[in-house]
Design a protein around this ligand. Structure first.
Ligand SMILES: Nc1nc2c(ncn2[C@@H]2O[C@H](COP(=O)(O)OP(=O)(O)OP(=O)(O)O)[C@@H](O)[C@H]2O)c(=O)[nH]1
Ligand SMILES: [Mg+2]
Ligand SMILES: [Zn+2]
Length: 326
């Protein structure tokens, strides 16, 4: 991670600017707000009366994202302002981005809904990567099997069940839904009631469609967001927070081609795979990578079908690419 270091002189300049900014801060003007979405260097902040304000962000605050709690002060123009302070985040879901940068996905969430669509396909590898991220954040995750209206036969259902049995064994909830027929949407709404949830998954998985199906006056909301931010209405380029009718918030995140969790140690990766736990410590070598070593308890468990092949393979792909040497 190449985060450029500031020189002493630059650090002093940043500090002086911050102090100058703080001196102009009129505490009586500060209002609490919730970041609904970010675009460029600006954010849409919702005030306590549910009004939206297009706000600049003080530079030292870094990147803000849907779900951030902030303090802001109004500008002269109506519905504009400046975010001057942030509240500490409880959780932040992010991923490594381009050239060592971090891409923020959502802040202050209680749970992660992984959207796995029947079409273009359920990819256990993708699910496992989000499960590793959820483990890193100590957050519960569940799987939304979307577009089940496209499943035509018993065989197709069986093929999907085959891909998902290991998650069922891990007691990760799986919710079959369709935004076309409405099947499963009540159960999904119930699971998200009163909580802050984020929907994640590959582009085209149906995240935005699910949000549209769950929130009755969504078109009005989308128009309002687009009007206040100047953004288009149809693409999800940044995360957007919506309020659920029965309480709680739901964050729509932009799809990625391939999600990657943050790098971690071999031990941490092993911990993120609960199905490996009963066999850990039983390999011949205590630094076993579970690849070619003799007497490997993990590979033995895979052979005995106590660990799913897909889980073993996704673990190895993550280990090769994202495990940092100690
Ligand atoms: N058959 C069927 N199609 C669906 C369903 N849900 C969504 N779709 C279709 O899937 C496509 C992608 O849906 P989106 O909701 O835009 O997907 P997304 O996950 O938000 O995609 P990104 O914003 O690119 O990440 C659209 O053409 C939807 O009409 C469903 O339940 N059944
Ligand atoms: Mg979308
Ligand atoms: Zn081993």
């Amino acid at each position: 991670m190449s985060k450029r270091k500031l020189s002493k002189q630059q650090q002093a300049r940043v500090k002086n600017r911050r102090q100058a900014e703080d001196n102009t801060l009129d505490e009586s003007q500060l209002q609490p707000g919730l970041v609904i979405t970010n675009f460029g260097k600006r954010v849409l902040v919702e005030d306590e009366q549910d009004e939206l304000h297009n706000c600049a962000v003080r530079q030292h605050l870094g990147k803000l994202v849907a779900g951030d709690q902030v303090f802001w002060q109004p500008d002269i123009e109506p519905n504009t302002g400046v975010v001057v302070k942030t509240q500490p985040r409880r959780h932040e879901l992010s991923r490594p981005g381009f050239r060592g940068q971090t891409r923020m996905v959502a802040a202050n969430i209680d749970q992660i809904g992984i959207v796995a669509p029947v079409e273009p396909g359920v990819h256990p590898d993708m699910i496992d990567r989000y499960l590793v991220a959820a483990h890193q954040l100590q957050l519960p995750a569940f799987i939304i099997l979307n577009k089940i209206d496209l499943l035509q036969s018993e065989e197709e259902w069986e093929a999907i069940a085959e891909l998902l049995w290991s998650y069922d064994e891990l007691e990760i909830p799986i919710l079959p839904v369709s935004t076309v027929t409405g099947e499963g949407l009540d159960e999904l709404a119930e699971r998200m009631q009163g909580k802050n949830s984020v929907l994640v998954g590959l582009s085209g998985a149906g995240k935005s469609s699910l949000i549209k199906a769950l929130i009755p006056d969504i078109d009005i909301k989308i128009n309002e967001l687009s009007e206040k931010s100047g953004l288009g209405k149809h693409t999800t380029t940044n995360s957007i927070l919506y309020h659920l009718p029965s309480g709680g918030n739901l964050i729509d995140s932009p799809g990625v081609r391939e999600f990657t969790p943050h790098p971690c140690s071999l031990e941490e990766l092993e911990q993120a795979y609960p199905d490996f736990h009963p066999f850990l410590g039983q390999c011949k070598f205590n630094n076993c990578t579970h690849t070619t070593e003799p007497d490997c308890a993990i590979r033995h468990a895979v052979k005995e079908e106590e660990i799913a092949d897909t889980r073993y393979l996704s673990f190895q792909r993550l280990r090769e690419r994202f495990v940092q040497a100690p």
